[in-house]
Design a protein around this ligand. Structure first.
Ligand SMILES: [Zn+2]
Ligand SMILES: [Zn+2]
Ligand SMILES: [Zn+2]
Length: 235
């Protein structure tokens, strides 16, 4: 089985494509089932629960931070690249804009309106929905041209997206796999772990709660540092 450090090396010197590297990483043995992981765990696991203090085993080594999902890493990096790429790129219509007089709602200026012949009255179909006798005339882009502008804008955006992917997709993929490897290494280094009793591990994994680390009395979300009570009484 190819090891992670080897994959990392090949990625850096471009001797493997990031998609193949990702395949290898996804299909490898689950880290926590490896001998390496089990041996390390046995060395650092304590004989009491670091959350509730219980000395009744058995104990498990709980990862308090889970490695980020590849798809999340990828989306985030792609977003960052796209922000940088699209800065200053705006669509400009080359033709001369033709304005025409159009009927509009005198209350909300919507051009979405219609004439009710039976009642001899205009009705706004836009924001306000009010009725009125005379529409207000405003200057607006010719509807035919408006459609043309929208079409050209869509083509412009599609071309940009394609250009962006051609230019940066390889870099984004590679960077994402490398970052995912860092998460894996952190996982294997046991950096964010704690010894838990079965009950605390269950509450953490299945309920998303932990014993408040400050008062050790109430349960709170695993995403906060202390319970509400301790938070209000801090300092
Ligand atoms: Zn416990
Ligand atoms: Zn209106
Ligand atoms: Zn508390």
């Amino acid at each position: 089985m190819i090891n992670v450090h080897e994959i990392k090396k090949q990625l850096i010197d471009n001797s493997i494509h990031w998609k193949d590297a990702l395949d290898l990483l996804t299909n490898r043995q689950k880290p926590w089932t490896t001998k390496e992981w089990k041996e390390k765990r046995d060395l650092i696991i304590k004989d009491y629960c670091e959350s509730c203090g219980s000395q009744d085993g058995p104990f498990v080594l709980q990862h308090t931070i889970q490695p980020a999902k590849f798809s999340d890493i990828f989306s985030r990096i792609r977003y960052e690249y796209y922000q940088a790429y699209s800065e200053g790129i705006t669509f400009k219509y080359k033709g001369k804009i033709k304005y025409i007089d159009r009927e509009s709602c005198p209350f909300c200026s919507s051009i979405n309106l219609y004439f009710q012949k039976t009642k001899n009255i205009w009705k706004c179909n836009g924001k306000c929905g009010k009725c009125f006798e005379e529409p207000k005339y405003i200057q607006d882009v010719d509807p035919v041209q408006k459609k043309d502008i929208q079409k050209k804008k869509k083509i412009f955006q599609d071309l940009n997206k394609l250009d962006f992917e051609n230019k940066y997709m390889e870099e984004i993929g590679k960077k994402s796999v490398l970052e995912s490897i860092v998460h894996h290494e952190e996982y294997m280094s046991f950096k964010y772990t704690a010894t838990f009793c079965k009950k605390c591990a269950f509450l953490w994994d299945k309920k998303g709660v932990k014993l408040c680390p400050v008062c050790k009395e109430t349960y709170c979300s695993i995403h906060v540092d202390m319970c509400m009570h301790c938070f209000k009484n801090r300092n």
